[in-house]
Design a protein around this ligand. Structure first.
Ligand SMILES: NC(=O)c1ccc[n+]([C@@H]2O[C@H](COP(=O)([O-])OP(=O)(O)OC[C@H]3O[C@@H](n4cnc5c(N)ncnc54)[C@H](O)[C@@H]3O)[C@@H](O)[C@H]2O)c1
Ligand SMILES: N[C@@H](CCC=O)C(=O)O
Length: 542
């Protein structure tokens, strides 16, 4: 059969819809929200063609209304995880052998379904299950997920296009094989797009995957599986399992066919998994690929030459959008004495104007934090700051979990640059500010660099080009995503590939060619037209 050198459609970022009053998308998402909110879900394990209801269930609740029952998801036992491994390996032969354009078409269709037919459903599920306001749901579950799927197809074709030189008499070719085994994807609660991307990026490159979503994201995870299935993803290529994370992980890591982990979540969990992989290393058929994007303690540092209004807005949006539950969220801020009074005034004004409540009311900027564990942790740090002599609450500081897990956006001011909330990842709407003397700018850059174990995102503000340059050099290893005169959140696929080093991860940049390269194992094929028939070098004579 004749074939062409196919070109993939050029990827462009999915446009963000406005949801302004009177727009059709607003009406549609609100109707879908009501519908989903009142329907009791019964989320099975997806293993191959089977949807398994184990009967061992967990009830799902919206974080902003934790007494409301959204239905249940089913939890796996060890035998189900073993079945998922066997099923994935069975599916591997055909999927790995399928032409790349056929695999690409599945995920391009999935992107189209999300952009169209499923847009309101995946957004409403994210608003309900993860308590995102519509803007935060739209940029995540609709746009970023479409972008991951479409840009990954383009990057895959760029990788396949990379071929070696050939000298006279031979042809060198590189075949980009999937890994020999299966990939395990573990995903966090906070981004529906990340949940969809981690298993699908590996699958796009010809791998089969077992995907364990976060317990707190199952409500929208189910929509992702519906989309993949409707897009024609063959059974067994991505298998979704829920349940005890340790049991699932230990069972999977014990398999000799475990070939890689695609993880996003907290640093401690990732380090433990890495250690377990190390302990099992003699059992594996191949060295597993370990890819993990983890925690952050992201900074904003402003030079005295910066614009106070811009810095204040970067704090208000960078620290508090989605209640600060982004790994990129600004959580430690360094401000010069000369600008602090004006920035303080502006941030306090912003925070006092934020409306907080259910995402169904679209005037709410702030909604609930994800669960009781997170609420209690945040309340503990806020209470401690109220007591500590070297800290004071500038604005916020209240919380209430009677209906939903609501924590007021809180600004802490500290006189100690190593105060606990300047160093510990809280993952919530709490930002801590340290005010430095204007003449200590260079010392402050050193402080920013040396304060945190993490290296994920960071932002520098200055109106002075020489100071921007100085900061860029001084903070070279402090952030994998480094922003000049912008907030440290809101990376867009195809524009700001995302990830950090130090304790923030392996920095394989989700949504980039670098990440996809972790899911392939190249084979070089050298073909010689006429093979040598004499071992002797020319200088040896006849
Ligand atoms: N760097 C990034 O790109 C990025 C992106 C999003 C989130 N994050 C990080 O994720 C964290 C927030 O997400 P979260 O609360 O869902 O994180 P988490 O670490 O609690 O959970 C992440 C995943 O790991 C699983 N898990 C938990 N304990 C486990 C165990 N013992 N063994 C195996 N798996 C286990 C969870 O069930 C979930 O699926 C923050 O630290 C944040 O910075 C990082
Ligand atoms: N990519 C997102 C963060 C993902 C982690 O939570 C951002 O840039 O804000």
């Amino acid at each position: 059969m004749g074939k062409g050198f196919f070109h993939v459609p050029v990827a462009v970022n999915e446009p963000v819809k406005s949801y302004a009053p009177g727009t059709p998308e607003r009406e549609e998402v609100l109707l879908t929200y009501k519908d989903l909110y009142n329907s009791k879900m019964d989320v099975p394990l997806y293993i191959g063609s089977e949807e398994i209801k184990t009967g061992d269930t967990e009830t799902m609740h919206p974080p902003h209304d934790h007494k409301h029952d959204l239905g249940v998801y089913h939890k796996a036992k060890k035998k189900h995880i073993q079945k998922a491994i066997d099923t994935a390996l069975e599916a591997r032969t055909r999927w790995a052998d399928l032409e790349w354009e056929q695999r690409a078409a599945v995920f391009l269709k999935a992107a189209d379904l999300i952009a169209g037919k499923y847009r309101s459903r995946i957004n409403a599920a994210t608003m309900i299950g993860q308590s995102k306001n519509i803007y935060q749901a739209e940029i995540d579950s609709a746009c970023e997920l479409c972008d991951f799927l479409r840009f990954n197809v383009e990057y895959m074709s760029q990788i396949y296009d990379e071929q070696p030189e050939s000298s006279d008499g031979a042809w060198n070719r590189v075949e980009y094989r999937p890994l020999e085994g299966f990939v395990y994807a573990i995903t966090p609660f906070n981004f529906t797009a990340i949940a969809g991307n981690l298993p699908s990026s590996a699958a796009l490159m010809g791998n089969v995957a077992i995907w364990k979503p976060s317990d707190s994201q199952v409500f929208s995870a189910q929509v992702i599986m519906e989309v993949f299935k409707e897009a024609g993803m063959p059974d067994g290529v991505i298998n979704m399992v829920m349940g005890d994370p340790e049991m699932i992980t230990d069972t999977i890591l014990a398999s000799p066919d475990f070939a890689g982990i695609h993880f996003t979540g907290s640093t401690t969990v990732f380090k433990n998994i890495w250690q377990k992989i190390g302990n099992n290393i003699h059992n594996y058929k191949t060295y597993p690929r370990i890819v993990g994007e983890t925690g952050g303690k992201d900074f904003i540092v402003a030079h005295p030459s910066s614009n106070a209004e811009q810095v204040a807005t970067a704090i208000s949006r960078g620290a508090f959008e989605f209640q600060g539950q982004k790994c990129s969220a600004a959580s430690r801020v360094y401000l010069p004495e000369s600008l602090w009074p004006r920035i303080k005034e502006l941030v306090v004004e912003d925070v006092q104007s934020f409306k907080m409540g259910s995402p169904e009311d679209m005037s709410n900027f702030i909604t609930a934090v994800i669960h009781e564990g997170s609420f209690d942790k945040l309340a503990k740090y806020i209470d401690q700051a109220k007591k500590d002599k070297n800290a004071e609450i500038v604005v916020g500081g209240n919380y209430d979990k009677s209906k939903g897990y609501f924590v007021e956006p809180t600004v802490i001011l500290t006189t100690d640059p190593h105060y606990t909330t300047m160093e510990t990842e809280l993952f919530g709407p709490v930002v801590t500010i340290y005010v430095y003397k204007d003449e200590d700018w260079e010392k402050t850059l050193k402080l920013v660099d040396e304060t945190s174990i993490y290296g994920l995102t960071g932002a520098v503000f200055s109106g002075d080009r020489y100071e921007l340059s100085k900061a860029t050099k001084a903070l070279q290893n402090s952030a994998g995503n480094f922003y000049l005169n912008d907030k440290p959140t809101g990376a867009v696929v195809g524009q700001q590939p995302f990830g950090g080093a130090r304790a923030s991860g392996t920095n394989d940049k989700a949504g980039s060619k670098l990440n996809l390269m972790r899911w392939i194992s190249p084979r070089l094929i050298k073909e010689t037209y006429t093979a040598a028939t004499d071992y002797k070098y020319p200088f040896m004579g006849e």
